[in-house]
Design a protein around this ligand. Structure first.
Ligand SMILES: [Zn+2]
Length: 51
């Protein structure tokens, strides 16, 4: 019996998203909000919030 070891090759860095910018509360943490002059908006669902 061979040992099955699955090393984590790709780790989704969820913390990096938070550092870069706000994420969409509707679409989940993987969707970032696009930066605008005075607001952030989600291109996926149309959600936006003022900064
Ligand atoms: Zn969204």
């Amino acid at each position: 019996m061979a040992e099955e070891k699955k090393p984590a090759k790709k780790k989704v860095n969820a913390k990096a998203y938070v550092k870069i910018g706000r994420t969409c509360p509707k679409c989940g943490p993987k969707k970032r909000l696009a930066k605008h002059a005075n607001r952030l908006s989600c291109g996926n669902c149309g959600y936006f919030e003022r900064v």
